[in-house]
Write a protein that binds this ligand. Structure first.
Ligand SMILES: [Zn+2]
Length: 273
């Protein structure tokens, strides 16, 4: 599943491709992706609208148009493709935004778990799915003091807490495993047991890992590619995720794999306590 660095990479690529384009018409081949409003209203309201900017909140993309905002979540395998209007497409391509210059932004999603919501400008942050989204790792609000306070409010493991999108936005399974390794914290620790030094290390690991991953265009672990068909390269620098039984890059012992918070979890028994 694309996480913050991958969605940010998609956002940056889309910015260079579709900002300034005006939508002539919209076609929807798989209505379930459109969560709000109904499909006919969705298509009608987008007609004639120009894309002015593309933002991001957590793992959501926000297309800013004249007077509406399109909120898009790629979930497992969603992906945007930019093509000429007459270019061929396959059966996994479900939504077509045709621009006035005969180019098209297409949404392709093999699993069809992705979602789109369309709101009036300004409404999008007050209602689900964005109303409950947590703090971004690059927000001013994301401080050691804030993180300490959040970790005191839960009885869950640190892994489950970091995966919770209503606390920190954008971290998923890959980056949670990575930041816990970098800060030497065992994923099954109860969040309240972390010391202030561990929280400081965790805070730094979150900011640095996300920053480095964005610089590398994200991680291509399964099928993620950006809108230009390029893969990210951060997967070559992962310490634990996807490296079960391979030697730890720090101590040489094999990386363990277990289940924490119902998710496959990679960690080093020797480096993480
Ligand atoms: Zn190790």
């Amino acid at each position: 599943m694309p996480e913050l660095p991958e969605v940010e990479t998609v956002r940056r690529t889309l910015l260079s491709l579709v900002v300034g384009k005006t939508i002539e018409r919209v076609k929807v081949h798989w209505p379930k992706i459109i969560q709000h409003p109904d499909v006919a209203t969705f298509c009608e309201r987008l007609k004639g609208q120009t894309i002015h900017n593309i933002g991001r909140r957590g793992k959501f993309l926000l297309f800013q148009l004249d007077d509406v905002v399109l909120v898009s979540h790629l979930r497992m395998e969603g992906r945007y493709i930019y093509e000429k209007e007459d270019a061929p497409f396959d059966q996994h391509t479900h939504i077509f935004f045709t621009f006035t210059d005969q180019t098209e932004l297409r949404y392709r999603d093999v699993r069809k778990f992705g979602t789109m919501h369309l709101f009036n400008k300004g409404e999008e942050l007050r209602v689900p799915p964005l109303s409950s989204i947590g703090v971004e790792p690059f927000d001013e609000q994301f401080t050691v003091a804030w993180l300490t306070d959040q970790l005191q409010r839960t009885k869950r493991t640190i892994k489950a807490t970091l995966l919770d999108q209503t606390i920190i936005a954008g971290l998923g399974n890959i980056y949670v495993d990575e930041v816990l390794f970098r800060s030497s914290i065992h994923p099954e620790r109860t969040a309240t047991t972390l010391t202030i030094r561990e929280i400081e290390a965790l805070h730094e690991a979150i900011v640095q890992t996300i920053q480095e991953a964005i610089e590398k265009g994200g991680s291509t672990v399964r099928t993620y590619v950006n809108t230009q068909g390029k893969t990210g390269t951060f997967q070559t620098q992962l310490y634990v995720y996807g490296r079960a039984n391979m030697p730890c890059r720090r101590c040489g012992n094999p990386i363990s794999k277990t289940t924490v918070a119902n998710r496959g979890t990679h960690y080093c028994k020797h480096c993480q306590t």
